[in-house]
Design a protein around this ligand. Structure first.
Ligand code: PXL
Length: 261
């Protein structure tokens, strides 16, 4: 049986992030990817030109169609643009017996907002408590926990602050710090420091979506959280190394890099 994985996220018309990144990652990692679309963005290498949220009923119906018939071994969430959608998805996840990887998406690579400011409290109080693993980057840590991280040592404080909202594990992504790309995975008792060399490549669109989807793929295959995160980091590091130019701006990571090497 091929493990089934569901992404609940927004569409990126440029194909580098969002639903498109998630499904490519899942294919590359040997699982069956399925999607619940929460929003449609008009987007390219230069930024987000427009975004339209789907009605709550459309999100709920997609989710029930997939989960009730096909079933899911893991779920990943990405762009959930409104408080109403965050709360709907949190409730759906709470009623599903599968691990959930929550990427608390705040802004795009270009700084375009993908989440209403009014939804932040719902992310903290409804979505994070049902997460098996939450994967904030440092901008999202600042947004959610009001904490500015400027050194590797402070990743530990950031992890404690996010864990306080209730996810079982947190992966704080330190990639926006200078130097190596260092992330901290912890459940409050174990600590796993993941380090990868920084690739001098500006084509990194889709990095966060890809990492979270890769973690979900690993969990669906039955890996533990530390194993799934370690393997996902290896996959995304390879994808970043092979990120390529597209359009006039920031190109995507290469989801298919393992097929090419
Ligand atoms: O990487 C965050 C993200 C999530 N979802 C969608 C996006 C992006 C970034 O561009 O476009 C749809």
């Amino acid at each position: 049986m091929i493990p089934t994985v569901l992404t609940v996220a927004g569409s990126d018309s440029g194909g580098g992030a969002g639903i498109q990144a998630d499904l490519k990652t899942m294919l590359a990692l040997g699982v069956h990817g399925m999607s619940v679309i929460t929003a449609v963005t008009a987007q390219n290498s230069l930024g987000v030109q427009g975004a339209w949220e789907l009605p709550v009923e459309a999100v709920r119906a997609q989710y029930r169609s997939v989960v009730d018939d096909i079933g899911v071994r893991a779920v990943k969430t990405g762009m959930l643009p409104s408080a109403e959608l965050v709360e709907t998805v949190a409730e759906l996840l709470g009623g599903t017996d599968a691990p959930a990887v929550v990427d608390p998406v705040g802004v795009s690579k270009h700084g375009d907002p993908l989440l209403a400011a009014s939804a932040l409290d719902s992310v903290r109080t409804k979505l994070l408590p049902v997460a098996t693993v939450a994967t904030p980057n440092l901008d999202e840590v600042a947004q959610l926990a009001g904490m500015r991280v400027e050194s590797e040592k402070q990743l530990r404080d950031a992890a404690a602050a996010v864990l306080a909202y209730g996810p079982r594990w947190v992966l704080i992504k330190g990639g926006h710090l200078p130097g190596d790309a260092v992330d901290l995975l912890t459940d409050g008792s174990e600590e796993h420091w993941l380090r990868a060399p920084r690739h001098d490549n500006r084509h990194t669109h889709g990095t966060g979506c890809t990492l979270a989807s890769a973690i979900a793929a690993g969990l669906a295959k039955g890996r533990s959280v530390p194993e799934a995160v370690t393997e996902a980091k290896e996959y995304v590091t390879g994808a970043i190394a092979r990120g390529f130019a597209l359009g006039a701006g920031i190109g995507p990571v290469d989801h298919g890099w393992r097929f090419r090497d």
